[in-house]
Design a protein around this ligand. Structure first.
Ligand SMILES: [Zn+2]
Length: 352
């Protein structure tokens, strides 16, 4: 074994700190020119051990770690080169979406699928701004990361607001150069600069286990919707809607998402339902319905009936065509920092 190569590899591992801040690392070795598998295995182990010891000697503050290290480094022997793979930086929080004009996360242009075309001005995006980007801006700047990915427990429609305590998410930042900074000022900055579009709270650094766990949650949501009756409905029938508590809905995939999802039938339960009717006239044209429903319930279709694809529906029960003209999510009923994932059902991405 060439001691100079070992020394050079150890020095390169240390020099990496000039580029990426890290406290924990994991080493793996790739060898060339070994006679057989057994020799290769022994050589890998030896290179790993010697470089690891040398790094420890030169920088005792660095810790070798197998489980979620900040960086995984492949040592090439005998070439004497290294290949770092930096672990993404994960940040947990809950977001509110206060605008009906922006989506939660990146939405590719429907014409070019994200490649960039004349219709999207070369951006590849259907919406100029997203919650993800408003939040990622300052975090990418502070971490020096090159890009982000958004993980969340479901998502609301673009024209729906996400209110209350907000929706749990994890922002995954690729290739971060810095891993520790204060998230408090980030939260304040986002809430101040984008107060019209969004809010964020509970920002904190997270681990891969929490990110992986997030997709196992399928929590109930509470919604509030303004319903418009195209033909004014009898007040008593509108009031009777409050009795929908515990009713099971049969929903075929909505027509508006059929272009990207297979047609199937799902059953979802409305757990609670409350009605608010403005004024006191005998006929009602507009009212508010607030309901808690199982994860994955299509609320707009529950109101309109979607041409008979959702049964029962508000329109069907009132005997008058109805539309949802405003939808808000008031609560996503889970706390991933404390709760275990609900029924373990894979979550449906869309709702609303
Ligand atoms: Zn395009």
């Amino acid at each position: 074994m060439d001691g100079r190569v070992i020394e050079s590899l150890a020095r390169q591992v240390l020099a990496l700190r000039g580029e990426y801040a890290f406290d924990t690392f994991w080493l793996g070795t790739r060898v060339k020119g070994a006679e057989d598998e057994a020799t290769a295995t022994a050589l890998k182990r030896e290179v790993n051990r010697r470089v690891g010891e040398r790094v420890e000697r030169l920088a005792p503050e660095l810790l070798a770690r197998l489980q979620s290290p900040d960086v995984r480094i492949t040592l090439n022997y005998p070439e004497g080169t290294i290949e770092p793979r930096v672990t993404p930086l994960l940040i947990y929080g809950r977001y509110r979406k206060l605008s009906r004009q922006i989506p939660q996360s990146r939405w590719p242009c429907r014409w070019c699928g994200g490649q960039g075309c004349a219709r999207c001005g070369g951006t590849g995006k259907r919406f100029a701004v997203t919650v993800e980007e408003l939040l990622a801006g300052p975090i990418l700047a502070l971490s020096g990361a090159t890009g982000s990915k958004f993980h969340s427990i479901g998502r609301e429609d673009v024209d729906a607001r996400m209110l209350g305590r907000g929706r749990p998410f994890i922002l995954e930042c690729r290739d971060p150069r810095r891993r520790t900074f204060d998230l408090g000022p980030v939260q304040e900055q986002v809430n101040r600069e984008h107060a019209a579009e969004m809010g964020v709270e509970e920002l904190r650094f997270a681990d891969a286990a929490l990110r992986d766990r997030l997709r196992l949650f399928a929590p109930d949501k509470t919604y509030s919707a303004v319903v418009h009756c195209l033909v004014p409905a009898a007040r008593a029938r509108v009031e009777a809607l409050a009795g929908l508590r515990g009713v099971e809905l049969t929903q075929e995939t909505p027509r508006r998402v059929l272009h990207r999802r297979p047609n199937r039938v799902r059953r979802r339960t409305v757990r609670e339902c409350a009605i608010e009717i403005p004024g006191d006239g005998p006929r009602v044209e507009r009212f508010r319905i607030t309901l808690r429903a199982e994860s994955g319930t299509y609320i707009k279709e529950f109101i309109s009936g979607d041409e008979g694809r959702t049964r029962p529906s508000v329109g069907g029960l009132l005997g008058a065509p109805c539309d949802c003209i405003e939808l808000d999510v008031l609560e996503v009923h889970c706390d991933p920092l404390r709760d275990a994932p609900g029924r373990g059902a894979a979550q449906e991405v869309d709702e609303g």
